[in-house]
Design a protein around this ligand. Structure first.
Ligand code: ADP
Ligand code: MG
Length: 666
């Protein structure tokens, strides 16, 4: 490892500039890879076109003239000749070139003929003797000329350097990627596009491999967190499953098995159950909760909204009350005295399953012996809250449930150390929801269609992006839509309104009426987005659908099609031409995994996941979406590395463990 100052062409000024870029040694320079490449080749003059970037060899015809346009802006114009054709070349702020542009000198010009072939606007002019053909690395070091960077790097490459390999030899062979020394050679000096490709591949692979090893190490660490294993009564559980009004789907069975394996073990469960909307995650959590209660532990169920917490309370009660299980509800709207009474009952082990909103963990509640916590719709739930929960009770087993499912490889990267179970198939007999994009001006026609459904005694949701009208927005509000629907349909059908600004008893009463089919049409904001399960509803109309994300639209649509009836979703937009393309995927598929993957490629993980954004790793070159294939390979190899004996594997492991130790884990 050499000092920068010893390199020819590097003075103290350049050293300072490099230091500012965190480049301190010659080795650092070797690892300062080009940010991009330019391919230099000469275009054929006879096939020139207007407004196309061209690089041409020309001869200076007359010495240049300089025009001062204003402060800091001058223009150099020089007449040149190619194949006996004479034309002007203009370039800005390069008057220093004028001395070297002597008539008959050969130069290379890059730029465009903008309006005609008499005048060429150049972005670059180089003397032909200095012009290199082929692939040229561009370093983009701040304040340092490319020619300088290139010269310096070339010099260092000519030294006798030897870098020790960071990847196991078997991995290099397996993926046909260069070893570290040839990587450095070809990345600074690629001869072909293939050279660039394989060096990038190695860098991406190495980044993702380091990441994957870290996750494996983290998982290993998690496995060392001990909980008390749950000695549940399998006979009761099996009987319960037998009495269900339906048969569990294959995926539900597999997920249940995963969970039971975790419960049985004395390692802490840290599992994410991913399933599309309506795939039946709730019943899986009910089965697991029953098991934990038979093992004499308490259970906490947390939902993102009050509406959903109440629905879970009703569902759990319906399924489990005949087992003598005591189920409690704790919500923020309760009176202090009521809350206190529930908290007391939890402390004294008089409640087996407590259901509440996510704020349950923030309330100062002591459990008698919390053994299992379920967090529904966890994408609404931050990493921090998850950690808070882990601090409650004696490391309860934790089951997260998500209805924004994402493909496995991506899920692994985003949820890192969490084990995953997937429910991909829907219960049998579910028909795909028919989905259409409809222009707002056709609302009348749409209402006629919907009447047919309502007349079958089915119910409909109408979702609006906002509650009240405002002058600044053209989006339709709940109130406005109520007026319209009330005029059109009010004498035939009962219409209810639901939104977040209503007081709790009103919300509950409206939703109860909708559950009991006393209301035909529910006009609502996105408060019904997650979880609400009303099987008789078969119509979902989303107004201003273009103002929602795809994953969110799919969630909203998931409120219907929860039984064997054919259901209909209408995405109403103002500008149908503009919206149709973006919303097409919803029309084409009901598969939430596909939709979220598509959404992720378009908007990126940060946008789609919002609150868990902090958990998404940042890479220099790798991209979790585009490089999924390499990511999968990295994970595969990381498992090998955890036990491999070669030097590089050991080093990778140690590095991962070190970086975990410096984390602030819990
Ligand atoms: P989500 O996965 O969106 O939370 P839910 O758990 O609310 O879905 O389930 C949706 C509906 O499907 C519920 O009414 C539930 O009773 C029903 N259900 C769940 N599993 C099955 C099954 N295996 N067969 C038929 N219906 C089922
Ligand atoms: Mg649910």
């Amino acid at each position: 490892m050499g000092r920068l100052i010893d390199i020819k062409g590097i003075g103290p000024k350049t050293v300072q500039k490099l230091n500012r870029l965190n480049i301190k040694t010659t080795n650092d320079l070797l690892f300062s890879f080009p940010s991009k490449y330019e391919t230099h080749k000469i275009n054929d003059f006879s096939s020139k076109e207007l407004d196309k970037e061209l690089t041409l060899v020309a001869k200076v015809y007359k010495k240049p003239r300089i025009f001062f346009i204003r402060r800091n802006l001058d223009k150099l114009s020089v007449q040149v000749e190619i194949d006996k054709v004479i034309f002007y070349v203009h370039i800005f702020n390069r008057r220093f070139l004028s001395k070297s542009l002597i008539p008959d000198t050969e130069i290379v010009i890059t730029g465009r003929f903008l309006k005609n072939f008499a005048s060429f606007t150049a972005s670059n002019i180089v003397l032909k003797k200095n012009y290199k053909l082929g692939i040229i690395p561009i370093y983009g070091f701040k304040e340092i000329k490319e020619s300088t960077s290139n010269k310096i790097i070339k010099q260092i490459l000519s030294f006798d350097y030897s870098i020790s390999e960071t990847l196991p030899g078997w991995a290099l062979d397996k993926h046909k990627i260069p070893n570290i020394n040839s990587l450095i050679d070809i990345i600074h000096n690629p001869k072909t596009e293939e050279d660039i490709y394989i060096s990038k591949k190695r860098i991406i692979y190495e980044e993702l491999l380091n990441f994957a090893v870290k996750i494996q190490a983290l998982k290993k660490l998690n496995k060392s967190i001990i909980t008390i294993n749950k000695k549940y009564d399998i006979t009761i559980v099996k009987d319960f499953i037998k009495t269900l009004p339906f048969v569990l789907t294959k995926d539900q069975q597999l997920a249940t098995n995963d969970i039971f394996k975790d419960l049985k073990s004395n390692q802490q469960m840290n599992r994410l159950l991913q399933g599309d909307v309506g795939s039946g995650k709730t019943i899986v959590s009910i089965i697991a909760s029953l098991a934990v209660v038979t093992a004499k532990f308490q259970v906490a169920i947390m939902a993102p909204t009050l509406v959903l917490a109440k629905q879970h309370f009703a569902t759990f009660s319906k399924y489990l009350s005949s087992y003598g299980i005591r189920i409690g509800l704790l919500t923020s709207e309760m009176k202090i005295s009521e809350k206190n009474a529930v908290a007391e009952a939890i402390r004294n082990n008089q409640i087996d399953i407590i259901i509440g909103t996510h704020s349950l963990i923030q309330e100062s509640i002591d459990f008698h012996n919390l053994g299992f916590a379920v967090i529904d719709e966890q994408h609404r739930f931050g990493v921090k809250q998850r950690r808070e929960l882990r601090l409650k009770g004696a490391t309860p087993d934790i089951l997260l449930m998500s209805a924004t499912p994402i493909p496995r490889t991506l899920a692994i990267s985003i949820y890192q150390d969490i084990d995953l179970s997937f429910i991909k198939e829907k219960p049998v007999g579910r028909l795909p929801i028919s989905t259409d994009v409809v222009a707002y001006e056709d609302l009348d026609l749409l209402l006629e269609n919907i009447k047919t459904e309502l007349d079958k005694n089915h119910q409909a949701y109408f979702i609006c992006p906002k509650i009240l009208n405002s002058e600044t927005s053209t989006k339709i509000s709940v109130n406005e839509l109520y007026n319209i629907l009330n005029t059109e349909l009010g004498n035939q059908y009962k219409i209810g309104v639901l939104h977040g600004k209503m007081i709790e008893p009103e919300k509950t009463s409206v939703l109860d009426k909708f559950y009991n089919n006393e209301i035909d049409i529910l006009i609502s904001t996105t408060v019904v987005e997650v979880g609400v399960n009303i099987k008789n509803a078969t119509v979902m109309v989303i107004l201003s659908a273009d103002s929602f994300g795809l994953a969110q639209l799919h969630q909203l649509r998931g409120r219907i099609g929860r039984d064997s009836f054919q259901s209909y979703c209408y995405l109403v937009v103002d500008d149908i031409l503009e919206a149709k393309d973006r919303l097409k995927i919803l029309k084409e598929t009901n598969d939430g995994f596909l939709i979220s993957e598509y959404d992720l490629t378009i908007r990126g993980p940060g946008e789609v996941f919002g609150s868990i954004q902090s958990g998404i790793p940042i890479f220099k070159m790798a991209n979790l979406i585009n490089d999924q294939e390499i990511l999968a390979q990295a994970f595969e190899d990381a498992t090998i590395i955890m036990d491999a004996l070669d030097v590089q594997s050991k080093r990778l492991r140690n590095k991962a463990i070190k970086s975990i130790e410096s984390y602030n884990l819990d």
